[in-house]
Write a protein that binds this ligand. Structure first.
Ligand code: NI
Length: 245
């Protein structure tokens, strides 16, 4: 069930049997010479589609994240950490007012991790300082770190998955949008690894945008396997979030 495709009476009825919602969160940023700008939003949204088929309510994708380090490449859009925190807090507060209590943010972008966790900590801190029990469970789930997905990455690519513009995420976008496959030369074969600072430092270090990855290894069939592994991992995370309350 998707929030964007539901009516308010349907949401009211859903709240009679569940207080949980999944919010896909991603980024709009360069993904090397072959990866789509929307990769980090497309991946969690694709996996959320599988959760939706199980009757779990899926909120609208937060498709702009914290991507300052990619700004030296055309097409990237960022929110500052403080802006993203404010967005996350407002989304949770809006939904809390309707009765939602369990929030699973299904994330596709490493650069969102610290900011999202800090937004959760801010909300809990405000409740604690007000001496009010918050009743909220908030969990960040990075689809690319689930146990089944990690096992598949190790089996298919090993270290060549790299850190950015990875074959695993690119394969999953191909599964979601098979008409958007790019076949262009990638040099060098495997990108360098290194430290991430600001946007200009990033472009100096990583000329074509990749970090440590060999996205040429991606295939459409891998994309289907990542979809299935990602849905299984996300369902397990959802079960632990909703059954612990
Ligand atoms: Ni990515």
């Amino acid at each position: 069930m998707k929030l964007q495709h539901a009516t308010w009476p349907e949401v009211e009825a859903y709240l009679q049997h569940s207080k949980g919602i999944v919010i896909p969160i991603g980024s709009t940023e360069q993904h090397g010479p072959t990866g789509l700008i929307g990769t980090d939003a497309i991946c969690p949204e694709a996996i959320a589609e599988g959760l939706s088929e199980q009757g779990i309510l899926i909120g609208p994708t937060l498709s702009i994240g914290m991507a300052q380090h990619h700004l030296a490449f055309p097409g990237t859009i960022t929110l500052k950490p403080s802006t993203l925190m404010a967005v996350i807090k407002d989304v949770i507060t809006s939904l809390k007012g309707h009765g939602f209590r369990q929030f699973m943010f299904l994330n596709g972008h490493g650069g969102n991790i610290h900011t999202t966790e800090t937004a959760f900590a801010e909300i809990w801190a405000e409740h604690s300082l007000d001496r009010q029990a918050s009743e909220l469970s908030m969990k960040l789930v990075n689809w690319f770190q689930g146990p089944k997905v990690r096992a598949l990455i190790n089996e298919l690519y090993g270290e060549a998955d790299g850190w950015h513009a990875t074959p695993s995420e690119i394969a999953l976008t191909w599964h979601a949008y098979p008409d958007q496959i790019r076949d262009v030369p990638v040099e060098p074969e495997q990108a360098p690894f290194g430290e991430i600072r600001d946007a200009f430092h990033y472009r100096e270090q990583f000329a074509d945008g990749r970090i440590g990855s060999k996205p040429q290894l991606a295939t459409l069939d891998h994309g289907r396997q990542f979809y299935e592994a990602g849905v299984a991992d996300a369902l397990a995370a959802w079960a632990s979030l909703t059954q612990s309350d």
